[in-house]
Design a protein around this ligand. Structure first.
Ligand code: HEC
Length: 458
């Protein structure tokens, strides 16, 4: 039997499985369920590396791809032809064209790269899919600072934003936004997803796109604003988030959402996408990743995630740093560039209840807290996701149950099955659409006809 585990754990895992196999024979199938591999003992040097090409897509939305500007490709795209049929090997040149000012990029980011390779490795056992990613980050350091609130002497205000945000472009606020890796998972249950990948979820009405929906109208929409209202925080910037055309009654109109019953029927057919997001600031410090899904809206799965808003934000934070543990109660601007200063509030590790008496003008606190202790249900499925940043490069390892037990918001993966993955990377304080994305990539759980074949462990 092959052992794709590090030497120090061979005794623990491979020999154990081997002897069990001999002793228990057929009973193994049930016994194995308890024997998931220790993710930290996987020897990734024995697992093949696949390197999808990611590029900067500008505003190439679902609608643009079907408009006459997408020359000689409109009918084919409408009929579901694969992007790669025509664009194989063009990622680097597409990214180069789209990242600078052009018909699909009205707000170019200076010096942004148009192209990026992502290294992907995958392995599995009976219970889990294990994935390892690495990529070179565009930023100078780890982009591990998330949204911040700053006390201006009388009230708490947002501080910093992504590079294309007006507060950064027009008002001189610093570009602060966390680095992220997105992993979208689906199959042919979503029409055209295997051929056209994440472009099935990207629409002109979304933020920063050609026809961004009116924020007041979004705020008044009973379904599309649900997410914002559910957080219970008064905000004004209501945005349309990713959605699938199948969730709409009229074409791809953002406001024309199908009824709850129709949406549930689609979920039961698996006609939604699973979306895991690893975030250098908002999930990594707790060793987890966030579990979203996309149908009528991109939203966090059912249950409770580890990520919480830090109180009512503008009404004042709920937590601050525990001075006894980290040496300060709040961050200052100078601390942000100091790698020795913790940037994340982690309940149970470094937080105390907020005390207004301990802050002075200019102090800052993260707008989110991480609390893995209260995480549960489908939202907490990615219970292991650890990333490190070294020499300008990220390496992230995560695991995900093949069948999370939550089929209405997670894709059920089966040994021998073939699935379609799409990857995205946000870095160097880029937000929203200013990411690098891949064309669809196939991944098989075990040997298969796929770009990435997850190596079978034990
Ligand atoms: C039938 C072939 C075909 C298919 C399928 C196709 N394209 Fe294209 N695409 C083209 C052609 C031809 C152009 C035009 C090149 C030009 O205008 O110079 C183009 C242009 C583009 C551009 C603009 C590049 C620029 O120079 O401004 C983008 C972005 C793009 N395609 C993305 C996609 C994506 C994403 C998909 C899949 C959803 C897709 N295409 C599917 C043929 C195709």
């Amino acid at each position: 039997m092959s052992c794709i585990l590090k030497v120090d754990s061979i005794t623990k895992h491979c020999v154990l499985s081997a002897s069990l196999l001999t002793v228990l024979g057929v009973l193994m199938t049930t016994s194995l369920a308890a024997l998931a591999v220790d993710v930290e003992s996987i020897d990734w040097s024995k697992v093949p590396v696949n390197k999808p090409r990611l590029y900067y897509p500008g505003q190439s939305s679902y609608q643009w791809l079907r408009a006459k500007e997408h020359k000689k490709a409109v009918e084919e795209t409408k009929a579901g032809e694969a992007c790669l049929r025509c664009h194989e090997g063009e990622q680097k040149s597409l990214g180069g064209i789209l990242v600078v000012e052009n018909r699909l990029e009205p707000d170019p980011i200076e010096d942004k790269s148009g192209y990026k390779r992502l290294s992907v490795q995958a392995a599995h056992d009976d219970q889990y899919l294990y994935m390892r990613f690495s990529w070179k980050a565009d930023g100078d350091g780890p982009g591990n600072v998330g949204n911040l609130m700053r006390f201006d002497g009388s009230e708490w205000v947002w501080w910093g934003n992504h590079r294309q945000h007006e507060a950064v472009i027009d008002e001189g606020e610093p570009a602060i936004y966390p680095d992220r890796l997105g992993i979208m998972i689906g199959d042919a249950a979503v029409e055209f997803y295997p051929e056209q990948g994440c472009w099935m979820t990207c629409h002109d009405s979304m933020v920063g796109m050609a026809e961004q929906a009116d924020e007041d109208e979004v705020g008044e929409h009973p379904v599309i604003s649900q997410l914002y209202h559910s957080i219970g925080i008064p905000i004004t910037n209501y945005l349309v988030r990713k959605y699938l055309p199948g969730s709409r009654t009229e074409g791809t109109e953002w406001a024309a959402v199908k009824s709850e019953d129709e949406l549930m029927a689609l979920r039961k057919e698996g006609a939604f996408l699973d979306l895991i997001i690893w975030d250098a600031s908002m999930t990594n410090p707790a060793g987890v990743a966030a579990d979203f899904n996309v149908l009528d809206i991109k939203k966090i799965d059912e249950g409770t995630s580890a990520l919480w808003p830090n109180g009512e934000m503008r009404q004042g934070p709920k937590y601050m740093f525990d001075e006894g543990k980290v040496g300060f109660s709040a961050l200052t601007e100078a601390d942000l560039a100091d790698p020795s200063k913790p940037k994340h509030l982690i309940v149970g590790q470094n937080t105390v209840p907020f005390d207004a008496g301990k802050v002075k003008e200019g102090d800052m606190l993260p707008a989110h807290v991480l609390d893995t202790g209260s995480a549960k249900g489908s939202a907490a499925d990615i219970d292991y996701a650890k990333g490190v940043f070294a020499d300008g490069k990220y390496t992230v390892v995560m695991r995900r149950k093949l069948d999370t037990g939550h089929p209405l918001d997670d894709k059920v993966l089966k040994v021998g099955g073939n699935y379609i993955f799409s990857f995205s990377i946000h870095d160097d304080a880029a937000g929203k659409r200013a990411h690098h994305v891949s064309f669809p990539v196939s991944l098989s759980i075990g040997p298969g006809k796929a770009d990435i074949q997850a190596t079978t462990l034990n």
